[in-house]
Design a protein around this ligand. Sequence first.
Ligand SMILES: [Zn+2]
Length: 42
Amino acid sequence: MTNIECEFYCTKDMRWWVCKDCFEDFKDKFGWTVKSADELLD
Ligand SMILES: [Zn+2]
């Protein structure tokens, strides 16, 4: 998921936080996908 305002991303369990550049690197390696914070409120 992503916090658009801060340009940081974290995993759903909030364990890993990365900046946008790192996310671009990691998403291919780990198969991460982007979700908005709103989607997590369900
Ligand atoms: Zn970074």
